[in-house]
Design a protein around this ligand. Structure first.
Ligand SMILES: Cc1cc2nc3c(=O)[nH]c(=O)nc-3n(C[C@H](O)[C@H](O)[C@H](O)COP(=O)(O)OP(=O)(O)OC[C@H]3O[C@@H](n4cnc5c(N)ncnc54)[C@H](O)[C@@H]3O)c2cc1C
Length: 444
């Protein structure tokens, strides 16, 4: 029997996992390399960050998902280099450095946060791209309420009860909506020295509208819903500085700046393609756009390298950087690899089938656009629920998520509310108030 065609897939996110699953063929030997051992369902990260879901519910182990696929080997490692001439991927895990040769390569390393040239903002305004990010934000949110309970002076307390979310795309809108629900419903009667409903959630957006990729009517409706809910939405406002104690916001249409004192900040404003794109770009003189995405050929392959495919958030084609694009392009690349390995003709162009756009605002409120059909309110929210359940990987995870949604949305509970330990553990985002000294101060 001929040697199997060796395929390396970098990334086990939406694109990489879809590709790996579609490569289930005994004529292929597939290696999936990811720096994590799990597949991450990023659209529900904000629910981990606000205590609705636990991290395990949105991170099924990749080797468990692919356990029946005998031709596929899953390894955990950080890819550090791709040699296009010798066709070798270099990666490492701790002290181990490895090299894996390939006949075909699918690069699906996704994207990371973008602070638009101000990387120092990251220290105090974490983005939400990984489980660690979401847990860090969750600790900060619940930790802020705990600190607020210890403070008696409203001017000291309010910055702990002010949450700033930067960027009003779907993630920012969902995060802001959930923070309001958390403070107004879930934490009701949990505290004795203050009312959690007094928390302030500020959503800062540089553009003139929220959800700018949605139809104007849906974007207007979302703005209305957010404001009715109690979110302080600042449009045409750009964050010009972030520090431990708050943010400074400037107007994009006028002059002047405003200071918002807020201990907890979440960055949901921008993404930038994986740095691996930069390496491929340099090696092939392939241009990248402002978001660092590689200008691939219409069949998602790299210029001059028909054996290398770049899919999902890393590729620059006239398609949005969303999960559906990653899934469809991953499957498409896998089909090309299989066809090439069998000497069959390949397809010339990747065609994206747009299945629609969804975003939730709060429980029972969402917006959806499917072709010309626009839905709002409870109907859109139900659709959002069903679609996310369908796309969650693993039956067990779907079941657990459904139960926890029932607890949070029909009731008012949140399962995952661990806050950082007192005093000896620093607050994950900002410096904690020294609790004993607060009580001493009250006593004097
Ligand atoms: C908070 C959030 C909410 C979102 N909500 C939605 C939504 O509601 N609907 C929607 O359609 N889209 C949403 N998206 C976008 C969607 O998640 C992405 O478009 C999609 O994940 C892109 O898939 P991908 O395979 O290109 O990358 P990813 O899914 O990000 O996967 C990349 C994988 O590569 C791995 N990796 C990266 N670099 C390396 C390396 N050097 N070595 C080894 N492994 C590496 C990563 O660990 C990761 O597993 C959201 C994104 C975020 C962050």
């Amino acid at each position: 029997m001929a040697d199997p065609h060796r395929v390396v897939v970098i990334g086990s996110g939406f694109g990489g996992l879809a590709a790996a699953r579609a490569l289930d063929h005994r004529s292929l030997s597939v290696t999936v390399i990811d720096r994590t051992a799990h597949h991450l369902f990023q659209p529900l990260l904000y629910q981990v960050a606000t205590g609705i879901l636990s991290e395990g519910e949105i991170t099924p182990p990749t080797r468990e998902i692919l356990r029946r696929q005998a031709n596929t080997h899953v390894v955990v490692g950080e890819v550090t280099d791709i040699d296009l001439d010798t066709q070798v991927v270099s990666w490492r895990n701790g002290d181990l450095t490895m090299e894996t040769p390939y006949d075909s390569l699918i690069v699906a390393a996704g994207s990371t946060h973008s602070y638009f040239g101000s990387p120092q903002f990251a220290e105090h305004a974490p983005g939400m791209k990984s489980v660690d990010d979401a847990l860090r934000i969750r600790g900060a949110v619940f930790g802020a309420f705990e600190t607020a309970e210890l403070l008696t002076d409203p001017s000291e307390r309010m910055p702990w009860l002010t949450f700033v979310v930067v960027g009003a795309g779907p993630t920012g809108v969902e995060m802001a909506g959930q923070l309001v629900e958390l403070s107004r419903r879930s934490l009701d009667r949990n505290f004795r020295t203050f009312d959690p409903a007094s928390a302030r959630v500020v959503l800062v957006e540089a553009g003139p509208q929220v959800l700018s990729t949605f139809a104007p009517a849906l974007s207007k409706r979302t703005l209305l819903d957010l404001r009715r809910l109690g979110v302080d939405v600042r449009l045409n406002s750009q964050v010009v500085d972030v520090d431990e104690f708050g943010v400074t916001v400037g107007s994009t249409t006028g002059s002047g700046t405003e200071r918002i004192e807020a201990r907890t900040k979440v960055w949901a404003a921008g993404v930038r393609a994986s740095p691996l794109g930069e390496r491929l770009s340099g090696a092939t003189d392939t241009p990248r756009n402002r978001a660092g995405q590689l200008a691939v050929l219409p069949d998602c392959s790299l210029h001059g390298h028909p054996e290398v495919f770049v899919v999902g958030d890393m590729m620059h084609l006239p398609v949005p950087a969303v999960a559906q694009v990653a899934i469809q392009s991953g499957r498409f690349a896998a089909r090309q690899v299989l066809a090439r390995s069998q000497g069959r003709p390949t397809e010339a162009t990747f065609r994206y089938r747009d299945k629609g756009n969804l975003a939730t605002i709060s429980r029972f409120r969402a917006v959806a656009s499917i072709g010309r059909l626009h839905l709002t309110g409870a109907l859109a929210w139900l659709l959002w629920l069903v679609v996310h359940l369908i796309y969650l990987v693993c039956f067990k995870n779907r079941l657990l998520v459904l139960i926890h949604w029932g607890i949070s949305f029909l009731g008012r509970g949140r399962q995952e509310r661990t806050a950082p330990q007192a005093a000896s553990t620093p607050h994950p985002i900002a410096t904690p108030v020294d609790a004993p000294s607060l009580f001493e101060r009250q006593a004097t």
